[in-house]
Write a protein that binds this ligand. Structure first.
Ligand SMILES: Cc1cc2nc3c(=O)[nH]c(=O)nc-3n(C[C@H](O)[C@H](O)[C@H](O)COP(=O)(O)O)c2cc1C
Length: 161
């Protein structure tokens, strides 16, 4: 899929088929994630691939907006060493790469909500010096989402505000 098409058609997918995501596709998502730009090229990220059904259910039980993990075959947990911005760029790379591989994803917010950070630390045994940033649910889509138009010409400023 063309990169512009992937950007314009990516939507949050919260219903998934039961099929596993192939290891080769998971690897491509991670390659995309690691290629993200980062301030000073610090690449401050680590990723946890969560496939264990018990862990996925536990996160869904305790995170108020992660119920899709009851169905998703995979979640990618993103850590932030120092730069929230770097990690966000890397997540967007994963979402777009997944779209290009016919996978559905949704970004599940963790940082800066201290309660959610605590829940993830507890369930995934994340050390105190590592800061959980976000979760991404990944699976084959079991819902169709149309293309939306969010283009707002009034939000575009030329030269000066
Ligand atoms: C930082 C961030 C946190 C988000 N957290 C959640 C979440 O916890 N649960 C969820 O279902 N969607 C979450 N989303 C997805 C947004 O709800 C979604 O992107 C938005 O409604 C636009 O819809 P679209 O992704 O289909 O274009 C999050 C998105 C971002 C960028």
């Amino acid at each position: 899929m063309d990169v512009i098409e992937a950007i314009l058609t990516r939507r949050s997918i919260r219903k998934y088929k039961s099929a596993e995501v192939e290891e080769s596709k998971v690897h491509m998502l991670l390659e995309a994630a690691f290629m993200a730009p980062s301030a000073g090229n610090q690449q401050p990220w680590h990723f946890i691939l969560v496939k264990n059904r018990k862990l996925l259910n536990e996160i869904a039980d305790r995170h108020p907006y992660a119920k899709m993990l009851y169905e998703a075959p995979l979640a990618i947990e993103r850590y932030q060493g120092r730069w929230v911005l770097d990690c966000s760029a890397s997540i967007e790379n994963i979402l777009l790469a997944a779209r290009g591989l016919d996978l559905g994803t949704v970004w599940i917010g963790i940082h800066p909500d201290n309660e959610r950070i605590g829940i993830l630390r507890d369930i995934l045994h994340i050390p105190a010096d590592i800061h959980p940033h976000s979760l991404i649910a990944v699976g084959y889509p079991d819902e169709e989402k149309g293309k939306v138009d969010r283009f707002k010409p009034e939000r575009i400023h030329k030269d000066l505000w």
